[in-house]
Design a protein around this ligand. Structure first.
Ligand SMILES: C=C(O[C@H]1C=CC=C(C(=O)O)[C@@H]1O)C(=O)O
Length: 442
């Protein structure tokens, strides 16, 4: 059982904030204490820890939920802003597997700056009898970090399974699918990265670069897990639940190769990768498994669940994904954290059937995923919140001097092992670029 949570006091005040929220993160903050949830420049950035709970194992979600229920019931909150994300908020990140050696975490930052639709606020949180920080919260907004644009010098090292071995791992999964033991399995690999001079890696510059290049994704940081995910496991807001399911991927670079071919009389460009993606039986199958798993998990909580018949194409700088947006009206009273727990692991990151796919992952991947592919996001005092799937991300080691970055892909009967290696490489681009490991593109 985690220790009982402290009694918290939180106050949110409206402020004027222009420009990049990340420039307000002080350089001296421990990188594992930085939290962020940003999209198209809006969202939340915070630091410090007023309270934290760490959980593990099969009960990692339930223990964190029980802790949050107690924290929000005991807290004194003054909130003049009353927007999603103002008042008391906890940021969380959960291990993919109940068997992970990595802890899951729910943390309440001491300082949080938020902005949504042109309105901004600062929330400060203190524990027990602590005094409020001196000065008006708006004062800290005048400060801006001069080192944000300076990236740490990092070097890349091989991961747990070298890239050259990856096609063999995928081929084993395809054979396993051939036996009928499992229909789809999502396999992932890691790459190691460390600070060249053995110093601590700062996360704010990494977030800055992720946000600049992947504005349409959710850029996040929670307890040293940093990334930009395009996949929303669940958003709960004002009684509506939404989920963006992604599965099925094609590299954008393939678009260039398509250009010399003339369109068909119907106006289609036969080699346009977007068309290849929406017509690829392999990718449509992979996608359908993921949509079905999310719809089944949402159904007990919602009425009026809308599940699109066909996916659309989500365009990111490096890849196109098949995407489906599901919506429903919440009737179960579950919090966003409860819903995230119910939806995890979807077939976008595990497979079908779930238990068999999880067993194949454990057997073939040869690594602990840690918090990669687990839910990451935030929950507020009302239970509303956003929970993405931690993809296109890296996890700082406890010493903060190295990290592992991750990428995976869904394997079905028709998967080609070489193409799957290429897919993980292109998915690693987001973090490699953000960490300054790729030559600068103009
Ligand atoms: C597992 C990952 O991506 C998932 C999300 C979108 C598309 C996927 C795919 O096409 O395989 C994966 O299901 C990853 O980025 O590490």
């Amino acid at each position: 059982m985690p220790p009982p949570p402290p009694h918290l006091r939180a106050r949110s005040v409206a402020v004027d904030v222009t420009g990049d929220l990340l420039t307000r993160v002080p350089d001296e903050v421990d990188p594992r204490e930085v939290v962020a949830w940003l999209r198209e420049g809006d969202g939340m950035v915070g630091w410090g820890r007023a309270a934290v709970v760490r959980t593990a194992g099969v009960g990692r979600f339930e223990a964190a939920e029980a802790w949050w229920d107690q924290v929000r019931a005991d807290a004194q909150v003054e909130d003049e802003v009353r927007l999603p994300g103002s008042g008391l908020v906890a940021f969380g990140s959960f291990a993919f597997s109940p068997r992970s050696g990595d802890e899951s975490v729910l943390t309440v930052p001491r300082t949080l700056i938020g902005r949504r639709d042109g309105l901004a606020w600062v929330t400060q949180v203190v524990a027990g009898d602590e005094p409020w920080p001196a000065g008006h919260p708006a004062e800290m907004l005048a400060r801006s970090n001069p080192h944000l644009g300076r990236l740490d010098p990092l070097v890349e090292l091989p991961g747990t399974v070298p890239a050259t071995d990856w096609p063999r791992v995928v081929a084993r999964a395809v054979r396993r699918i051939g036996t009928g033991a499992v229909e789809k399995v999502v396999l992932a690999r890691d790459v190691a990265v460390r600070h060249r001079d053995g110093d601590v890696v700062r996360v704010a510059p990494v977030l800055e670069r992720l946000q600049a290049r992947y504005g349409a994704t959710w850029t996040f940081a929670v307890d040293g897990l940093v990334g930009a995910t395009p996949e929303m496991l669940v958003r709960l807001q004002g009684g509506r639940a939404r989920s963006r399911v992604l599965a099925g991927t094609i590299r954008r670079a393939e678009a260039a190769a398509a250009s010399p071919v003339p369109p068909t009389p119907a106006g289609d460009h036969p080699t346009d990768p977007r068309l290849r993606l929406v017509r690829s039986v392999k990718d449509l199958d992979e996608h359908a498994y993921a949509v079905r798993s999310v719809a089944e998990a949402l159904r007990p909580h919602c009425t009026d669940l809308q599940v699109p018949e066909d996916p659309y194409v989500l365009e990111l700088p490096d890849v196109y994904h098949l995407a489906s947006d599901l919506t429903g009206r919440m009737v179960s009273g579950a919090t966003s954290l409860r819903l995230a727990a119910a939806l995890h692991p979807s077939a976008a990151v595990c497979g079908t059937p779930t238990p068999a796919a999880a067993a194949v992952i454990e057997e073939l991947e040869g690594m602990d995923r840690g918090r990669y592919a687990g839910p990451v996001g935030w929950v507020d005092g009302s239970g509303d919140g956003d929970w993405g799937i931690a993809l296109r991300c890296g996890e700082l080691a406890p010493d903060r001097r190295s990290l592992r970055i991750f990428a995976g892909g869904g394997i079905v009967a028709a998967s080609d092992p070489r193409a799957e290696l290429a897919e993980t490489e292109v998915k690693l681009t987001a973090m490699r670029h953000a960490l300054g490991l790729l030559p600068e593109q103009r």
